[in-house]
Write a protein that binds this ligand. Structure first.
Ligand code: NAD
Ligand code: UGA
Length: 431
C-alpha cells in the first residue's frame, strides 16, 4: 500500500516508520521544513527509544521518505493519514485548525480514490466535518473518510505500535474495512484485536480511553494522599486492588499530577464536547480539578519539606519531562512547579537526560546541569520528578557534598527503609 502521513510528529513519525517497516511505502509530510530537512539528513527530531533504528533502516530501503510537498505525496498515495496536532483552544476544546487546514490541502489533490484517515485525536463528529470540506471539491465516490485513533504512549511508542492491545477503525464501508484489516494484519497475527465501529464511535473511544486512564491515575493519587495520613503504603493498595481483574494493575502508579500532551488536553476537550451536547461529564470534571489541585498540593509539600523557607534555597530537579524516555515537555508538572518555586526565591538546578529546556532559559536562577552529580552537589532539596532509569540507583551520599540530604521522590524510586538507614531525609508519595 502507498501511505502518506500528514504531520510527522510523535504520532506521524512513529506510525509512518512502523508502517514502512511492515512493508508499505510511506511518505511522511510536514510543513515544518526544518524537521523534514533533519529527517532527510538522518537526524531524528524527537527522543523516542528504538525510533532511530527503524527510521534509518526504512529510509535506506527507500520505503520511507520525508517531504514538505503535500500535494505530490497525497497524489501518489492510496491512504492518507491525518496526524497533525489538536492542541487546546482558549475555551478548552480541541483546536481543529490544523486538521481542517490539512483537509483542505488534501482535497485539492485527490486524483484517484483515497481513504482519508483521521489518526489525530478529534472530537466526535469531526470526521463529518472533514468529509464536508472534501465534498466541496471532490465527488463522493472518490474518497472515504474514516477514523483510526492512535493509542501509543510516548517513550513506549514503538512497542505500543507493534503490539497494540487493539486497533480501532471507525467506518461503515466494508471495502475500506477489508483494506484496513490487511494493513494491520501483521499486528493482528501477533495478538492485537481489530475492532470496528462507526466513525463517531471510534472518535469517542479515543477520548473515553484517555479520560478513563486519567481517572485511574487521579484516583490512586487521591488514595495516596489518604495513605500518607494513615501510615499505609499506596503501592500495597495499588497491588491489592489491581489484582482484581475488573480493576487491573496498570496505570495505578501514584506520582505527580498526570501530564503530557494528551491527558490534560483530552480530558478538557471531552468535557467541552459534552457541554455542546448538553451532557455533564461530572466525573471527568472532578478528575481535571483533582489533577490541577495536585500541582498545588505538591508545591505546598515542597514548602513543608523546606520548613516554609523556600527563599534562597537550592532545589534540584532530577528530570523535567512529563515522563521518562521522552523529550516531551508538554503538560509536565515541572512547567508549573519550577517557575512557582523560582518565584518564591528558590534557586533551581535541573538535570534531564534529554538536555536543556528552552522553556526555562528566561528564568533567572534556573539552570541546567550537565550531569546528576553537578545538579545534586550542595543542594538543599533533591526532587526526583521523572522516573528515568539513571535516577534509580544514585549514591546520594557520595555526590551531595552535604551532611544533611533531603530528597522528595515524586516517583517512589527508592525504599523508605534504605534511605532512613543511610540517614537521608526522604519523602515520597503515598507512603
Ligand atoms: P506533534 O505536534 O508532535 O506533530 C504534529 C505535526 O504536524 C507537526 O510536526 C506539525 O508541523 C505538523 N503539521 C501541522 N499541520 C500540518 C499540515 N497542514 N501539513 C503538514 N504537517 C502539518 O503532535 P503529536 O504528538 O504527534 O500528536 C498528533 C495527534 O495525535 C494529536 O491529535 C494527538 O492528540 C494525537 N496523539 C498523540 C499521541 C502522543 O503520544 N503524542 C498519542 C496518540 C494520539
Ligand atoms: C497517553 C496514553 O497512555 C496513550 O494510550 C495515548 O495514546 C496518549 O496518551 C495520547 O493520546 O497521546 P502518554 O501521554 O504518552 O500516553 O503517556 P502515559 O504513559 O499515559 O503517561 C501520561 C501521564 O500519566 C504522565 O504524566 C505519567 O507520569 C502519568 N502516569 C501514568 C502516572 O502518574 N501513573 C501511571 O500509573 C501512569
Amino acid at each position: 500500500m502507498k501511505i502518506c502521513m500528514i504531520g510527522t510528529g510523535y504520532v506521524g513519525l512513529v506510525s509512518g516508520s512502523c508502517f514502512a517497516d511492515l512493508g508499505n511505502t510511506v511518505l511522511c509530510v510536514d510543513k515544518d521544513v526544518n524537521k523534514i530537512k533533519k529527517l532527510n539528513n538522518n537526524e531524528i527530531p524527537i527522543y523516542e527509544p528504538g525510533l532511530e533504528e527503524i527510521v534509518l533502516k526504512n529510509f535506506k530501503s527507500g520505503r520511507l521518505k520525508f517531504t514538505s510537498n503535500l500535494s505530490s505525496a497525497v497524489k501518489s498515495s492510496d491512504i492518507v493519514f491525518i496526524c497533525v496536532g489538536t492542541p487546546t483552544a482558549k475555551n478548552g476544546s480541541a483546536n481543529l485548525k490544523y486538521v481542517y487546514e490539512a483537509t483542505k490541502e488534501i482535497s485539492k489533490n485527490i486524483n484517484k480514490f483515497k481513504i482519508i484517515v483521521n489518526k489525530s485525536t478529534v472530537p466526535v463528529n469531526t470526521g463529518d466535518e472533514v468529509e464536508k470540506i472534501i465534498l466541496r471539491r471532490v465527488n463522493r465516490k472518490k474518497f472515504e473518510v474514516i477514523s483510526n485513533p492512535e493509542f501509543l504512549r510516548e517513550g513506549d511508542a514503538i512497542r505500543d505500535f507493534r503490539f497494540p492491545d487493539r486497533i480501532v477503525v471507525g467506518t461503515n464501508n466494508k471495502l475500506v474495512l477489508k483494506i484496513f484489516k490487511r494493513i494491520y494484519e501483521p499486528l493482528i497475527k501477533k495478538g492485537a484485536t481489530f475492532f470496528s465501529t462507526n466513525r463517531r464511535g471510534a472518535e469517542l473511544i479515543k477520548y473515553a480511553a484517555n479520560a478513563f486512564l486519567a481517572t485511574k491515575i487521579s484516583f490512586i493519587n487521591e488514595i495516596a494522599n489518604l495513605c500518607e495520613k494513615t501510615g499505609v503504603n499506596v503501592e500495597d493498595v495499588a497491588v491489592g486492588i489491581g489484582l482484581d481483574k475488573r480493576i487491573g494493575s496498570r496505570f495505578l502508579r501514584a506520582g505527580p499530577a498526570y501530564g503530557g500532551s494528551c491527558f490534560p488536553k483530552d480530558t478538557r476537550a471531552i468535557t467541552i464536547t459534552a457541554k455542546k451536547y448538553k451532557t455533564n461529564l461530572s466525573i471527568i470534571n472532578s478528575v481535571i480539578k483533582s489533577n490541577n489541585n495536585r500541582i498545588n498540593l505538591l508545591r505546598k509539600r515542597v514548602e513543608k519539606i523546606l520548613l516554609n523557607k523556600v527563599k534562597n534555597k537550592r532545589i534540584t530537579f532530577l528530570g523535567v519531562t512529563f515522563k521518562a524516555n521522552t523529550d516531551d515537555m508538554r503538560g509536565s508538572t515541572s512547567l508549573s512547579m519550577i517557575p512557582a518555586l523560582n518565584k518564591m526565591g528558590a534557586k533551581i538546578r535541573y538535570y534531564d537526560p534529554t538536555g536543556e529546556k528552552k522553556i526555562f532559559s528566561n528564568l533567572k536562577n534556573v539552570e541546567c546541569s550537565k550531569n546528576i552529580s553537578f545538579a545534586c552537589y550542595k543542594t538543599d532539596l533533591i526532587i526526583i520528578h521523572t522516573e528515568w532509569d539513571e535516577f534509580k540507583s544514585i549514591d546520594f551520599k557520595k555526590i551531595s557534598g552535604k551532611k544533611s540530604i533531603k530528597i522528595f521522590d515524586m516517583r517512589n524510586l527508592y525504599s523508605t527503609k534504605d534511605m532512613k538507614k543511610k540517614g537521608i531525609f526522604y519523602f515520597s508519595i503515598g507512603r
